[in-house]
Design a protein around this ligand. Structure first.
Ligand SMILES: N[C@@H](CCC(=O)N[C@@H](CS)C(=O)NCC(=O)O)C(=O)O
Length: 222
């Protein structure tokens, strides 16, 4: 079995997107835990490999790749037995790219600016406009789901990417099933994957708890 090194932390959504991809491909990851709270990503050694100091980061026998979307594309292109998770067909591939950019620029970006001040900055309130922005992102995801999966009728890395952020958010900013039925049906489909819980579900619960604990801080003091 192939073994590649991944600098990662299970609570981090983009790290889980890569973990889902690795599981789907049967790649055994050598996981190097990067504790962001302890500043493991800011050491000179880490910065030399990834000047943007983000996780996940891949080390495939000396080939260093940062950024979850780039890592997923690399892993499927190099190790996939077929191209189903990242189609070679240009039109299908363009659709996958479009959703990956939606995840990066909308879902993940809005989540990050909501979560970071709570996890790292000690904030214990969520401003109303940030909540609204998340609801708008849910609506975009719902409207994107015209097929069974986010980029068509089969599973791709775009699903892994979106589900990692979405499931981190849904426990913090509730998602009404009656308003977003397609999102719930899609999530049920992904939950059927035998590796889903280990690669994503457990980490999504962990980050949700971290954020909810942060939000409870002031009420605990009162
Ligand atoms: N678009 C990037 C986002 C990576 C990212 O921002 N990761 C966060 C953890 S979820 C991180 O490394 N934060 C530490 C930092 O930016 O210094 C990806 O998909 O890999």
């Amino acid at each position: 079995m192939v073994k590649v090194k991944l600098y990662t932390l299970h609570v981090s959504p983009p790290c889980r997107a890569v973990e889902l991809t690795a599981k789907a491909l049967g790649i055994d990851l050598d996981q190097q835990i990067v504790n962001l709270l302890a500043g493991d990503h800011l050491t000179p050694e880490y910065l030399k490999m990834n000047p943007q100091h983000t996780i996940p980061m891949l080390d495939d026998n000396g080939i260093i790749i940062s950024e979850s979307h780039a890592i997923m594309i690399y892993l499927v292109s190099k190790y996939g037995k077929d191209d189903s998770l990242y189609p070679k067909d240009l039109v299908k591939q363009a659709k996958v790219h479009s959703i990956l950019h939606f995840e990066s620029g909308v879902l993940f970006a809005r989540m990050r600016f909501l979560f970071e001040p709570i996890i790292f900055g000690g904030n214990s309130e969520i401003p109303a406009e940030k909540k609204e922005n998340i609801q708008k992102a849910y609506k975009l995801l719902e409207d994107t789901l015209v097929d069974d999966y986010v980029a068509g009728n089969s599973l791709t890395i775009a699903d892994f990417s979106c589900v990692s952020s979405f499931t981190s958010l849904m426990g913090v900013i509730p998602v009404e099933k009656s308003t977003y039925p397609k999102i719930y049906a899609w999530l049920d489909r992904l939950k059927q994957l035998p590796y889903y819980e280990e690669a994503n579900g457990s980490g999504a619960n962990e980050i949700t708890k971290l954020v909810l604990d942060g939000l409870m801080k002031d009420s605990a003091k009162a």
